[in-house]
Design a protein. Structure first.
Length: 276
């Protein structure tokens, strides 16, 4: 039987002195898709409904970056070094050209990787993210989410207060918790502190002429929630206007986790984009 996100064995590869954990899902297609995760997120924080469906058209590699989850090493406090570990991962496995799906912080890494082209990237999907110098409210939004004392902090963090969005959020949480063995550990402050510094520094770095985005020649699909409070949707429009070959999709009544609120729609958009 083909492995899924819930059943795939966690594998390891040494990159720059760190033992990086990853899972490989799907058949050995020519197209390969590398997933880059959000702030403090691990392999097990991805939505199986998204990952398993994308594995129908690509071989999907789901990565814990340095210091995160089951990976060894120290979590970098800047986006460029995080991107370097992701590039090293692709090189170490000999993947050749890959596509990227970067969610939130992972979208920062994807932009850096596409701009500097240390590895071959075919297409790139950036979801719920921001460009260099973009608007962020990370600490405020995270603090408010924990204050609400929801059954799972991702409900106020990733989804809007509407009944429809919260219902979709609860379904996502149930899917994300389906794997009951060999789950990635939460490493707390050793991950959250350097990653928060990386996010805040990235968004505080001015790029008035948008040179970082203009350097991205990779065809890019930008997906964003209409009501993303962490990285407001103006970020998505800025990327759309300044990345030379970009397509923008906004999902209604959706927050930071728009791709998990509408997994079927998101997967359909991504599959179409990858197969163009």
């Amino acid at each position: 039987m083909t492995a899924t996100l819930e059943t795939a064995v966690t594998e390891f590869v040494d990159v720059q002195g760190a033992r990086l954990a990853y899972r490989r899902i799907g058949h050995r297609y020519a197209r390969k898709l590398v997933l880059l995760q959000h702030f403090t997120g691990t392999i097990d924080d991805w939505d199986p409904a998204v990952v398993n469906a994308l594995a129908e058209v690509s071989e999907v590699f789901v990565l814990d970056n340095a210091g995160v989850g089951a990976s060894g090493g120290t979590t970098p406090d800047n986006v460029e070094d995080m991107a370097g570990f992701a590039e090293g991962f692709i090189t170490a496995l000999g993947l050749g050209e890959v596509d990227l799906l970067g969610f939130s912080l992972g979208g920062f890494l994807a932009q850096v990787m596409a701009a500097r082209r240390h590895v071959a990237i075919g297409r790139m999907v950036v979801a719920g993210s921001a460009p260099m110098g973009g608007e962020e409210h990370l600490l405020k939004v995270v603090a408010e989410a924990f204050e609400r004392k929801a059954s799972d902090v991702r409900l106020p963090l990733f989804f809007t207060p509407s009944d429809r969005s919260q219902s979709a959020g609860k379904a996502f949480v149930e899917r994300a918790l389906a794997r009951t063995h060999d789950r990635d550990p939460d490493k707390g402050d050793s991950v959250s502190v350097p990653q928060a510094k990386a996010i805040i520094s990235w968004c505080a770095q001015p790029d008035p002429d948008h040179q970082a985005m203009k350097a991205i020649k990779t065809p890019t699909l930008i997906v964003h929630g209409s009501d993303d409070t962490m990285f407001p949707s103006d970020n998505a429009y800025a990327m759309f206007k300044n990345i030379p070959d970009a397509t923008l999709v906004l999902y209604p009544d959706s927050g930071h986790g728009a791709l998990f609120q509408q997994p079927e729609t998101f997967v359909a958009h991504v599959k179409t984009f990858l197969e163009l």
